[in-house]
Ligand binder design. Sequence first.
Ligand SMILES: [Zn+2]
Ligand SMILES: [Zn+2]
Length: 250
Amino acid sequence: MKLLFLGTGAADYDWRRYGDAGVLGSAAALLEDHVLLDCGPTVCAAMERFGVDFGCVEAVVNTHSHGDHFDVETVKRIAQGRRVDFYGTPQACVRVRAFCRVHPVESGSVFTAGNCRFLTLPANHAVTDLKEETFNYLISCGEKTLLYALDTAWMLTKARRLIGEKKIDGIVWDATMSEPGDWRIFEHSDPEMFGVLRRVLLKTGNITQDTPVYFSHRARTLWPEDPAAQQKIAARYGALLAVDGETVTL
Ligand SMILES: [Zn+2]
Ligand SMILES: [Zn+2]
């Protein structure tokens, strides 16, 4: 399973300065060269920067409709003149149905995009309309399974039940904060929260000591500026930093 990180930042970056050193893009990734996970405001620029042709994108899978993950203009530009599949909440689907083949999903939905199987998990996160769901995904391509968990706080019971005993070969986790004690814990995560979760997933056999974990969605104002200091924090919790433009293979 191949994953290209197109952006690994949270919403507090000034994306008018996208491309400047230290400015992380809006959190998004390209899966298996054909499926775009989220479509925030810097995705088109990131694709151009990292040499990805818009025509490669067959499907867009959306986690939720916050502006850093869902930008109608981005979807429109990528889908232009083609039939691109869009998977997301019914509310997000309405906003892009003029230029995509839309597939409304809800937590628990299973669908296939770009030869990968998606299990839709409820995220512990909310948009303005509390009736609109937010998602994480358990994605299986071939033999490998990835937990893509942006944005989320503590894993919800229903998500845990849906995952069950499945083996997870890699995790992309919300690390908006770098330290515990922040008020955003009800919608996002910090490495210490993840550390507790990791210990339990090890015990339940969902992951092993070698399962790679990538901290993404890092907030500019909540992480140290120095990349070495960032690496040190991630390493303390057995994780790696997701890096803009980096391709990882599970
Ligand atoms: Zn976000
Ligand atoms: Zn969000």
